[in-house]
Design a protein around this ligand. Structure first.
Ligand code: ATP
Length: 352
């Protein structure tokens, strides 16, 4: 079966004397899939979403939904004809309309009775039916977010686009709302493209993630793929904390700044490797392990359920993330032991 949404070499310039803001972006979204575009501020995420919605015209490339071309150099289907729903960062609910009227707003083509029926059905799905007569300002941020999602879902679009949908919520509400939104999207068998700069949000909500850097999608994969098998320094760093080292590879082993280490794939010569702090552990120095990677604890960050140590090694330092049963103190002599092979990155320039 062909994919639902196919984006091919999508490119957008705001100024032809400058590099493109969206640069040959290609990805696909399957039926019922949640795809996140994750990247730092200003990398071109929102512009990509606006191109998908039809709010902006592209300069090159194409967008196809269910095999129909929505956008290419000689064709531009208007936003309202694309069969796409949009959830804005600020929810964009009408303050003078009730929750029910806000949801009914997107259903202009139906009769009043049908609009009412569909709006109530969708409010039921999102657990907001009992709030139908409230005005948006009488709701919490998380509830407003769910109403905005209901309004986008009501006309049964092929796909929903969401621009930083949780960024206006406080940390606690953000976590519960994003779980709720994922549940609603899955329950309604809806496909979605979510734009976010928050790696935790992308990792927890999306089925697949496209990581964006300077207008380009540099890696696409499942949350586990992009987190555990980053292809570049940028992806490794953007997806969480990591340790990067120069290494001399020889097959599945390498000599690195932290000593001899196994690799996730065979390589030869100078490479850069990444190893997540939770893939290293600490041991007390004993006569049996003193030939290992020896270091001294520089700092200790206690976070309740786990601890992050910064360990000074011979020529560098590394972060080690352990559970709270590893109570080392600052100044302790320790041995660092890798629990998993290090990931060989594709970057060629050695670390300074
Ligand atoms: P953020 O997370 O901060 O919203 P983003 O990754 O969504 O960032 P975009 O909003 O797509 O990034 O913007 C990418 C770049 O394009 C920015 O440098 C921005 O200033 C520029 N830009 C966006 N819209 C326009 C426009 N209409 N005209 C000119 N430049 C624009």
């Amino acid at each position: 079966m062909d994919c639902l949404l196919r984006v091919t070499n999508l490119t957008k310039y705001f100024d032809f004397n400058e590099p493109p803001i969206v640069d040959k972006v290609s990805f696909t979204v399957e039926q019922e899939e949640i795809f996140a575009i994750l990247g730092p501020s200003g990398c071109g995420k929102t512009t990509t979403l606006r191109l998908l919605a039809g709010f902006e015209r592209s300069d090159e490339g194409s967008i196809q939904l269910k095999g129909q071309t929505l956008e290419c150099p000689y064709n531009h289907i208007n936003p309202e004809k694309r069969g796409i729903g949009f959830v804005f960062q600020d929810y964009a609910l009408f303050p003078h309309l009730t929750v029910l009227e806000n949801v009914m707003f997107g259903l202009q083509k139906l009769s009043r009775g049908e609009r009412n029926h569909r709006a109530l059905e969708i409010l039921e799905l999102i657990g907001m039916k009992s709030f139908k007569d409230r005005k948006p300002q009488e709701l919490s941020g998380g509830q407003q977010q769910r109403v905005a999602l209901a309004r986008a879902l009501a006309p049964r679009p092929e796909i929903i686009l969401m621009d930083e949908p949780f960024s206006n919520l406080d940390a606690v509400l953000r976590e519960s709302t994003r779980n709720e939104v994922r549940k609603i999207l899955k329950a309604s068998k809806m496909s979605a493209v979510l734009v976010t700069h928050d790696q935790e949000e992308a990792l927890s909500v999306a089925d697949r993630i496209g990581v964006m850097e300077n207008g380009r999608i540099v890696q696409i994969g499942t949350p586990e793929d992009v987190y555990y098998r980053p292809k570049t320094k940028f992806v490794a760093n953007f997806l969480g904390r990591t340790n990067l080292f120069n290494a001399q590879a020889s097959g599945l082993e390498a000599q690195s700044t932290i000593g001899s280490i196994m690799l996730d794939r065979p390589a030869r010569g100078n490479v850069i490797i990444s190893i997540r702090p939770e893939h290293l552990t600490l041991e007390q120095t004993t006569p049996a392990n003193c030939g290992g990677i020896c270091g001294t604890v520089l700092t200790r960050e206690f976070k309740g359920h786990d601890i992050t140590y910064n360990v000074k090694l011979k020529d560098c330092a590394c972060l080690v993330h352990t559970d709270n049963r590893m109570p080392f103190a600052v100044g302790d002599n320790v041995v660092v032991r890798p629990l998993e092979p290090a990931v060989v990155l594709e970057d060629e320039t050695p670390l300074q």
